[in-house]
Design a protein around this ligand. Structure first.
Ligand SMILES: O=c1ccn([C@@H]2O[C@H](COP(=O)(O)OP(=O)(O)O[C@H]3O[C@H](CO)[C@@H](O)[C@H](O)[C@H]3O)[C@@H](O)[C@H]2O)c(=O)[nH]1
Ligand SMILES: [Mn+2]
Length: 743
């Protein structure tokens, strides 16, 4: 038994991806060979070859970054039994739970309350939990849904705990299982039916409220005359566990921070900072778990798993946060839009885990409050806190908050009031839209402002200080959410990520500075470069995609000829075999692999390129980058799913589809030129050959859904305006290409 107490609470397991390593190294070798070939044949070089050389140099650099990131993957195993053996249940630390929602139309309240219900039902002493829901939409509908959910929770939570239910988000639980007559007791079946009926009643109520509108009287009167971007703070304690009983429900608090059109609200980062402060003056738990509104807790013991990492004696000193990978339910078959990132999480994600640690991805993360307050690994939180004057400039003017933050930094437990209602005044004060001004919030403290990928930025700041992070891979998936289900949402999300990420690269928080001047490890920096360069990667990719068309139109070549042509051929074969094998090893289908290959080309040239333009406009001061919320699909019952339309590309007149349509059109124009025999005579050496034709056809295959879209009507068709814009651009391209060969 003594032995048990000295054993670590988690282990890190190193994975050997021998095959990937060999193939990746081989790919790198071929890339270097290609560059070498180009340098050797420099004396008779033409424009397309120079451009190809520049792009290929970039691809090689990127490949080095990828190999370094993938090289030594790892994951963790956590031992909850050891934790519970070491720490008595009554000694477990308090955990504040944050849920953010912003728009009841894009984020159906039924999803939000399912997330909340899964949290209220966590396997954790409930008097140690407090659930804070931030509503940036300031919607009476969300408040109403939460009120109703808290009533339902009084049945749901005891039911889950009594029968040790695994899946504690009711919409998932009831859609997946029915009582199993052979094993279940009559008592269970009776309870099950009753709770199911109650849940259905709750869903109906919320649906009705969504369709009608909530009368803003009584408790709702505070919502009269509010506008999502212009309203005072609304904080409501929906449920308080007054007696501090471990089998009661956890606290549940609704927070809608003050907003004024004249004050920047910093989107999710702003909302998270308000939640941090409000919880600071109310419960001040040393740990914070934060979730997006669609990410319910799938494993009721997940907080215990994550705490194994943060409470382990080594983890205690080094690890800032424990992050669970994002996983999605009801994913479409074969991932038609490549929006589940399964293989990427295993290979690239696993690789980062083996370095300084996984990136913070904005949700599914348990962090230490004191680190969110800006503590560095070498700093001692116990430092004298007599310097309250300085603290004010860091944490703002609320005395209550400064006191609670000071205590949190010291590592001592302290709650300003023993009653939530007594904290309401302070909570309102720290939720005002001016509170951040002249403080370190969003700069040194809390979630960092300035990027629409505030998650990666916030995690990077923490890694820069020298903290490590750890992935939490419990045997039973920790959290599950909803992945975007249509092309527009997928491409829009990618655009937001790409623009937010490149914003980080170009800012003073850049990982490059982090390595040079702070404590970011070099290879971790490379891993950050891999994601922060997404937007930039669109440029060489688009150039490379234009090359085959250019070469066919002008009857020139960019691929090596004669003996050299075997280099790109081998490269293509090796690269594709190795990525296919990676997919198959992860348990994914060949179709999934094909879909993802296609989507990588499409997102790079469309979303990432627009992300790049967004940031150019932002840097030039022309327009700001906004956080466009990803649409979350309302849960549907089995019969509503129409297999015909699932996974089909939908289009609208968004600029997101212009680059892709243009690239497709120039390939078609090139192939047409060739088939009509309109190519000009070869000017020197070789003309375009099989290689250029192959590349052009490859792109047409990648853009097959766009090709179909050219001929479809309605939402499956590319709108005429987009076709017109793209045709003009494509014709301009053809014209300019021809100009380059005029003498
Ligand atoms: O003004 C805002 C905008 C968004 N949100 C919330 O932020 C979360 C994430 O937004 P979502 O539209 O779902 O973005 P995703 O693309 O799904 O989110 C990923 O990427 C974001 C950064 O771009 C991270 O913040 C997320 O945690 C991460 O899951 C949601 O809970 C929103 O309610 C706010 O609270 N206020
Ligand atoms: Mn999301």
């Amino acid at each position: 038994m003594l032995n048990m107490a000295s054993k670590p609470l988690y282990d890190k397991i190193w994975v050997k991806h021998g095959f990937s390593r060999v193939m990746d190294s081989f790919t790198l070798l071929l890339l270097l060979l290609l560059l070498g070939y180009r340098i050797l044949s420099l004396n008779n070089t033409t424009f397309p070859q120079v451009l190809a050389f520049v792009c290929e140099s970039w691809f090689t650099l990127l490949w080095i970054i990828i190999i370094s990131t993938k090289w030594s993957p790892a994951y963790t195993i956590t031992y909850v039994d050891r934790l519970l053996h070491r720490v008595a249940e009554s000694e477990l630390p308090a955990v504040d739970l944050f849920v953010t929602t912003a728009d009841p139309m894009l984020e159906p309240p039924i999803l939000t309350i399912n997330t909340v219900l899964s949290l209220l039902a966590l396997d954790y002493p409930s008097h140690k939990l407090a659930c804070y829901v931030s509503d940036d939409g300031c919607s009476p509908l969300n408040f109403y849904a939460l009120l109703e959910a808290s009533n339902f929770a009084k049945l749901w939570v005891p039911f889950c705990k009594k029968y040790n239910i695994q899946l504690r988000a009711p919409f998932r639980y009831f859609s997946n299982t029915g009582p199993n007559n052979t094993q279940d007791t009559p008592e269970f079946i009776q309870d099950w039916l009753r709770i199911k009926e109650e849940y259905e009643r709750l869903s109906r109520k919320i649906l009705n409220a969504t369709q009608a509108s909530i009368p803003v009287d009584g408790e709702f009167s505070i919502f009269s005359n509010v506008h999502p971007t212009n309203h005072p703070t609304i904080i409501k304690v929906i449920w308080e566990n007054r007696e501090g009983l471990s089998d009661e429900l956890p606290h549940l608090i609704y927070v809608s921070r003050e907003k004024k059109p004249t004050h920047p609200h910093h989107y999710k980062a702003g909302a998270m900072n308000v939640l941090t402060r409000v919880s600071g003056v109310m419960t001040n738990a040393p740990f914070i778990l934060n979730l997006d509104c669609d990410m319910y807790a799938h494993n009721p013991k997940i907080v215990l798993h994550a705490l194994c990492i943060l409470l382990d004696s080594k983890g205690e000193k080094e690890v800032a946060f424990a992050q669970c990978v994002q996983q999605f339910y009801d994913g479409m078959k074969d991932d038609p839009f490549g929006s589940q990132y399964t293989a990427m999480f295993v290979y690239m994600g696993g690789g980062v885990v083996g370095l300084q640690g996984i990136f913070y991805s904005g949700t599914n993360c348990l962090s230490r409050r004191k680190i969110i307050y800006g503590l560095s690994p070498h700093q001692n939180g116990n430092k004298d806190h007599a310097i309250t004057k300085e603290k004010k400039t860091i944490f703002g003017t609320s005395k209550v908050f400064v006191e609670s933050a000071t205590r949190a930094l010291e590592g001592s437990t302290f709650t300003p009031n023993n009653n939530l209602f007594n904290s309401l005044e302070a909570a309102n004060e720290v939720s005002s839209c001016e509170y951040d001004y002249g403080t370190a919030w969003g700069e040194q403290v809390g979630w960092i402002y300035g990027s629409t990928s505030e998650d990666v930025l916030t995690g990077l700041k923490i890694h820069n200080k020298g903290w490590r992070s750890e992935v939490c891979t419990a045997d039973f998936t920790g959290f599950m959410g909803c992945s975007p289900q249509d092309t527009l949402s997928v491409l829009g999300q990618q655009k937001r990520w790409a623009s937010g990420l490149v914003d980080i690269l170009l800012s003073k928080h850049s990982p490059i500075f982090g390595t040079l001047f702070e404590n970011l490890e070099f290879r971790e920096c490379l891993a950050y470069l891999y994601i922060t360069t997404w937007a930039i990667r669109s440029i060489p990719e688009i150039c490379y995609a234009a090359l085959p068309a250019y070469c066919i139109i002008t009857n020139s070549h960019f691929l090596p000829k004669e003996f050299g042509q075997w280099i790109p051929v081998t490269l293509l074969v090796i690269y594709n075999i190795s990525s296919l094998v990676e997919y198959l090893k992860t348990g994914l289908s060949i179709r999934t692999w094909l879909n993802c290959q296609r989507m990588i080309r499409i997102t790079t040239m469309n979303s990432w390129f627009l992300g790049f333009l967004t940031i150019m406009l932002k840097r030039l001061g022309i327009s700001d980058a906004v956080f466009e919320i990803t649409k979350k699909e309302q849960p549907v019952s089995g019969e509503d799913v129409n297999n015909e339309t699932i996974g089909r590309f939908t289009f609208n007149n968004s600029a997101l589809f212009v680059p892709g349509t243009t690239i497709l059109l120039i390939q078609l124009m090139a192939l047409f030129t060739k088939s009509m025999g309109w190519q000009p005579p070869v000017r020197s050496g070789h003309g375009s050959g099989v290689g250029e034709m192959f590349c052009s056809l490859y792109l047409v295959v990648c853009y097959w859904p766009f090709l179909k879209g050219l001929f479809e009507k309605g939402k499956y068709g590319i709108p005429l305006s987009t076709i017109c814009k793209s045709t003009i651009l494509a014709m301009l391209f053809v014209h300019l290409s021809k100009l380059t060969i005029k003498d």
